[in-house]
Design a protein around this ligand. Structure first.
Ligand code: ATP
Ligand code: MG
Length: 319
């Protein structure tokens, strides 16, 4: 593909596409929803630019990239940050060795020109001014105006776009007129036990069954307790534990000791006791939790053997 194109007499240098590959495992429904957004069902129809939301490390970027690959299109990823300026998103002037100004098209504009897919990653880290420059692209007009290069650039019919957004505090409030152009919202949730195991096996096919089990159980318990440990955390813990075991082959470490060490090193000391961590998170959020007693560590809350189990009648109010 040409690395330069001419638009209204201005020569634009194009960005390189993203070469990375990766399959999407499980959660097929959300993949189908994303692909449906990008379909056009009639020559008069337009594709949608959806938002993919969910907690950090859950697979938003991976899903967006896998969806682009499954359509067989080139992929461009633009990492949005709080200091992304409109010209960074569109066209940047660069002083060339010859002393002349060259215009460089961003990954987004390159995808627009070549008819590829652009993932605007972590879109809610970007400020309103930058989002405003994309308003005409995200509605029926499908163009952007580069003030720097003095040109209007129209999107190719095959251009598709998706925005990923994180649910954390270090993000901007995106104005409503932009949010209304980024629809629908596709929400990614933590994977099921089987899917999570398949994801870990896909990324770490050399992991032993014992290490996989420890990690899957840990992640599933964390999801149940609404703790923010993600699939990415699980991959990192498992990867570190496997490296520790391999590095210590002269003085073999017990597998569970290496795994526990990896949890602490990656996620902090508290992560080894998820129940206690969840209880203290609840409390710090002002939640109404009952303090844990020793019995809570040995028996589930509804276990009849729990020392605090209600035996039926003594607490019933007298009528
Ligand atoms: N369903 C899945 N199939 C394959 N890999 C997955 C899946 N879900 C998560 N992963 C893996 O988990 C890791 C985290 O995924 P990713 O970076 O896409 O998360 P994210 O939600 O974009 O995170 P962040 O919010 O920090 O940007 C990656 O290594 C990714 O490959
Ligand atoms: Mg991401």
């Amino acid at each position: 593909m040409a690395d330069r194109v001419d638009i209204s007499g201005v020569s634009l240098h194009l960005s390189a596409s993203d070469p990375s590959r990766g399959d999407w495992i499980g959660q097929h429904e959300v993949l189908r929803q994303l692909l449906a957004c990008w379909l056009t069902v009639d020559p008069a129809d337009l594709p949608l630019a959806p938002r993919l939301t969910g907690p950090p490390g859950i697979g938003k970027t991976t899903l967006a990239m896998a969806a682009a690959r499954s359509r067989g299109q080139d992929l461009y990823v633009y990492q949005c940050t709080s200091d992304t300026r409109p010209e960074d998103l569109l066209v940047t002037p660069v002083l060339a060795e010859s002393g002349t100004i060259q215009y460089h098209a961003s990954p987004l504009v390159t995808a627009m020109i070549t008819g590829a897919v652009c993932v605007l990653d972590e879109g809610n880290r970007m400020n309103e001014k930058s989002w405003a420059s994309l308003a005409p692209l995200l509605d029926h007009r499908r163009y952007v105006e580069s003030i720097v290069a003095g040109i209007t650039i129209s999107a190719h019919d095959d251009f598709r776009c998706v925005v990923t957004m994180n649910e954390d505090e270090s993000t901007f409030e995106i104005p409503d007129y932009i949010l209304s152009r980024l629809q629908p919202t596709l929400v990614l949730e933590h994977p099921s036990r089987d899917d999570e195991r398949a994801i870990l096996e896909y990324h770490l096919p050399f992991a032993t069954a014992e290490m996989l089990n420890l990690t899957v159980e840990f992640l599933q318990q964390a999801h149940e307790l609404k703790l923010d440990f993600s699939t990415r955390d699980g991959i990192n813990v498992l990867r570190f534990a496997l490296k520790r075991l391999a590095a210590e082959s002269d003085h073999p470490l017990a597998a569970d000791a290496a795994w526990a060490e990896a949890v602490t090193a990656c996620l902090g000391d508290d992560a080894l006791d998820l129940q206690a961590l969840a209880a203290s998170r609840q409390q710090s959020l002002g939640g109404n939790v009952i303090p844990l007693g020793l019995g809570d560590f040995f028996f589930a809350g509804d276990d009849p053997l729990h020392p605090d189990a209600d035996d039926g009648d003594e607490d019933e109010p007298e009528s």
